[in-house]
Design a protein around this ligand. Structure first.
Ligand code: ATP
Ligand code: MG
Length: 440
């Protein structure tokens, strides 16, 4: 992508409305724009990161055996009257009427709708287990939307829903998502700790929140500090192994970890003092097992091997991609801007032409840009006529992991500089070596 033809409206000034660093950097880097309170457009740079986050989430959901579908944002109130949540949900639910005066709502979550899909076509235990997910916008009329897309009113969620014949089956489904979440957050460059959690309006009896430690987090959390070093389940994890996944779950729940709502002071004090971690955290995922809470009132049942009808045991599993993007920035930035983990960086590398219009600089940059693009790299080429200083500041701000810098002096020697955004280390090398560094 040539920067001169891209749309990346960089802000020079610090936006006053931004209280935390991720919100400030997302606005300054031209990733998002607020359209009304708590409702955002994702501009091209932000959209690229969000897509990469969603693709990692999708990849790990698929690996764990979940199946993607797409459900609408607008839902009929009738379904929610069946479960009893239409009245229970309160003011966070945006309620609307269509032209026939029928009550509708903008979905804050999808338990009812997915249960309706399930009951309309699944009749036998032989079709279980089943886990259906989508990545879709949600709306919750939050009382205090803030921190940009960290807590917005319209936001994206990956929400998965599992269906099993028995409680034991449902626990295995829960453990699959538990392991998939550990892998997902790790691939996003984050250390998320599963903590015992309250089930809230979703209801149920088994629940964990996945929390990233960050000073700007809204939750107060308490955990054993060994979680920071625990191993993440590998790529070869067998998601069909009941014992294998149970072992992962047991390990990751063997030490104390709880959010303030579930905090047990006495149990926490039993952890040796030097091993206690009391911190602030950002909730990036939340999983629930809630048994037959929806299947009973909504009549979602299957025929079991005993020939009788059984209400299915369900769970739901949420991750917030539009919250994860700022959470990643909270975890990875410096005074100059964002430092993206390679897995979600909007570009793999940025080529900086320090003197656009200078024939040798232009030729060198075009050559590198073409070679890297041809090799399948996602390259941003800063071909604008901004000053070199402005280009360096922009490249640092938007956090692309590597910069290839072409200035007249180096280029005259057939060389360029390669800068690592994270460490700041710069290395001078031949043009060919710079290309090979990224294509090899
Ligand atoms: P919170 O406690 O932060 O309000 P929640 O417990 O109501 O969140 P869940 O119903 O568990 O949220 O939703 C699953 C995930 O969706 C959350 O873990 C979070 O990542 C994301 N999410 C929820 N609400 C918002 C929001 N207002 N803005 C952005 N992401 C959100
Ligand atoms: Mg939650």
């Amino acid at each position: 992508m040539r920067l001169s033809r891209f749309f990346m409206p960089i802000l020079k000034e610090n936006p006053k409305e931004a209280e935390i660093v991720s919100h400030r950097l997302m606005l300054r880097a031209g990733m998002i724009r607020q359209q009304s309170q708590g409702i955002y457009s994702w501009l091209p740079l932000g959209k690229k990161v969000l897509d990469k986050v969603n693709n990692i989430i999708r990849d790990e959901q698929n690996r764990a055996g979940a199946i993607e579908l797409s459900m609408p944002t607008l839902q009929s109130a009738e379904l929610w009257q069946e479960s009893g949540r239409y009245d229970a949900y309160g003011k966070e639910m945006l309620r609307i009427k269509d032209r026939q005066d029928r009550p509708m709502l903008y979905g804050p979550t999808n338990e009812e709708m997915v249960t309706d899909i399930f009951r309309s076509s699944v009749k036998s235990y032989k079709d279980l287990p089943l886990n259906l997910y989508h990545i879709q916008l949600k709306f919750r009329d939050e009382i205090r939307p803030r921190f940009g897309t960290m807590r917005s009113r319209e936001f994206m969620m990956k929400d998965a829903y599992s269906f099993d014949l028995t409680r034991e089956g449902a626990e295995h489904s829960y453990n699959k998502m538990f392991a998939a979440y550990l892998r997902t957050f790790d691939r996003l460059g984050l250390r998320a700790i599963p903590m015992r959690a309250d089930t809230g309006p979703i209801g149920g009896n088994l629940s964990h929140e996945f929390i990233i430690l960050a000073d700007t987090g809204e939750s107060e959390v308490f955990c054993h500090k060994d979680f920071v070093g625990f191993d993440i389940p590998g790529e070869n994890t067998d998601f069909d192994s009941v014992e294998g996944l149970k072992a992962i779950f047991d390990k990751w729940t063997s030490l104390y970890a709880a959010t303030s709502e579930m905090h047990d002071e006495a149990a926490f004090n039993a952890v040796p003092e030097g091993e206690r971690l009391s911190a602030r955290g950002i909730e990036v995922g939340h999983i629930f097992y809630f048994g037959t809470k929806y299947s009973e009132p909504m009549g979602a049942k299957v025929q079991g091997p005993d020939g009788k009808e059984h209400f299915v045991h369900m769970g739901s599993y949420g991750i917030g991609p539009t919250r994860l993007v700022p959470a990643i920035i909270e975890a990875s930035h410096d005074d100059n801007g964002i430092i993206w983990p390679a897995s979600v960086a909007p570009f793999d590398v940025v080529v900086i032409n320090m003197k656009a219009g200078d024939q040798a600089c232009d030729d060198t940059c075009e050559l590198i840009y073409a070679a890297l693009s041809k090799a399948g790299k996602d390259v941003l080429y800063d071909d604008t006529d901004d000053r070199a200083g402005t280009k360096f500041a922009t490249a640092d701000l938007i956090g692309v992991p590597f910069q290839i810098i072409a200035g007249p002096r180096a280029v005259a020697n057939g060389e360029v500089e390669v800068k690592d955004r994270k460490t700041g280390a710069r290395e001078t090398m031949t043009i060919e070596a710079a290309i090979n560094r990224f294509v090899a």
